[in-house]
Design a protein around this ligand. Structure first.
Ligand SMILES: Nc1ncnc2c1ncn2[C@@H]1O[C@H](COP(=O)(O)OP(=O)(O)OP(=O)(O)O)[C@@H](O)[C@H]1O
Length: 368
């Protein structure tokens, strides 16, 4: 068999191989063709609902992969094993997720379906017991595009609890994408990267914990202080650059933040800055393209690289663009082209090559 990464979609052979349309294997054939009456006939003939082909693919695998919702429901009612595993270690939920059959994902998950081959399962997110977190005493500290952020106590320590709106997290595919990004975040350790702590177990909502940075975000610091003195601006720029460099040097693949803004840079008690929320924005963007509407602010447009705005392919340099906009803001006490809306700014940068004047990057105070 050709090399195949189990985290990707099932190999074509799994979809192509022919299934006998006669004998007991007719159950498999009918399941893959959304022939509910045929499936019922076979089950009434006492064909075993967990019958599998030579690749250990069951009727439920085939119906889940082909998007045959009614057949999935019927098979589950008739005793099909929701977590039967094929030769590649895939369950019916693995297939439904790969092919984007969201209704089927929900049905399978409601019956206890799991996806053992997803990235999230290979690097499971550390799960935190809800009972260890004092949610009663939660204090709201902010709200972003994905949901609210609270300060809570976990085993007596103050941490930040980020809640993801149920309109986002109830979508099994988006939830799975989120968990994958969080699983990646969990592996990162750097003094200029906000530390991920874990996902709350036994919670219907998706809630994850990170370290709590009591000085808040760079956006609030700049709003209060206006322009920063050159030493502070350079020290802050170095903190952000060190965190970003760590992400960009990540192996085997660079991590691109794609939404580096002053709201995603937080300050710890010693005054150092840490970068947060990398990777999460691309989930929202992907969904946005398919009609999913983000409920959050549009302020990120001010920092967005033109190629991201134009929805073209992009690389690490998009973060360099955002970084430059933040550095500009630290020296100037506010974003460039303030009189224009964030969308107007992004639009003109993307389509008219509009940029802040280069001379404004060298404040006279620094050169003096
Ligand atoms: N770990 C944290 N410690 C302290 N405050 C935090 C932490 N994470 C977030 N916050 C605060 O909560 C606010 C909302 O954060 P969140 O990341 O949800 O949204 P955002 O980054 O402000 O906006 P968007 O989601 O549109 O990028 C932040 O602006 C910040 O002030």
């Amino acid at each position: 068999m050709e090399d195949w990464d189990p985290r990707l979609s099932p190999p074509k052979r799994m979809l192509r191989h022919t299934i006998d349309s006669e004998g007991p294997y007719r159950l498999l054939y009918c399941s893959s063709k959304n022939d509910k009456a045929g499936v019922l006939q076979e089950l009434e003939k006492r064909v075993e609902p967990n019958l599998a082909d030579y690749d250990k693919r069951t009727a439920l695998h085939l119906a889940s992969c082909e998007g045959c919702t009614e057949v999935v429901v019927l098979l589950l009612e008739k005793g099909a094993d929701v977590n039967s595993v094929d030769r590649w270690g895939r369950t019916p939920l693995s297939d439904a997720l790969s092919f984007g059959h969201e209704d089927i994902c929900k049905i399978l998950m409601a019956r206890g379906g799991i996806d053992p081959v997803g990235l999230d399962a290979q690097n499971p997110c550390y799960e935190i017991d809800c009972n260890e977190v004092d949610m009663e005493g939660a204090i709201l500290i902010g709200e972003g595009a994905f949901g609210e952020v609270y300060m809570v106590k976990w085993r007596g320590t103050e941490v930040a609890a980020k809640t993801i709106r149920s309109s986002i997290s109830s979508n099994p595919r988006v939830r799975s994408d989120f968990i994958k990004e969080l699983a990646l975040w969990q592996k990162l350790r750097h003094p200029n990267i906000v530390q991920f702590l874990g996902v709350l177990k036994q919670s219907d909502r998706l809630i994850f914990l990170t370290e709590y940075l009591r000085n808040g975000c760079l956006f609030d610091i700049l709003r209060k202080r206006g322009s920063l003195d050159p030493q502070t601006a350079v020290a802050y720029a170095l903190d952000i650059a060190r965190g970003m460099n760590y992400l960009h040097q990540h192996k085997p693949h660079a991590i691109i933040h794609r939404d580096l803004t002053p709201r995603n840079v937080l300050q710890d008690e010693s005054g150092h800055l840490k970068v947060t929320d990398f990777g999460l924005s691309k989930i929202a963007l992907a969904k946005d393209a398919e009609g999913y509407k983000m409920t959050g602010r549009t302020g990120s447009y001010r920092y967005m690289a033109p190629e991201v705005y134009r929805r073209e392919s992009y690389g690490k340099s998009v973060d360099v663009f955002s970084f430059a906009m933040i550095v500009y803001e630290m020296f100037h006490g506010g974003p460039s082209h303030r009189a224009q809306t964030p969308e107007q700014v992004a639009d003109r940068r993307a389509y008219e090559d509009h940029r802040p004047p280069l001379s404004s990057y060298a404040p006279s105070r620094m050169l003096a």
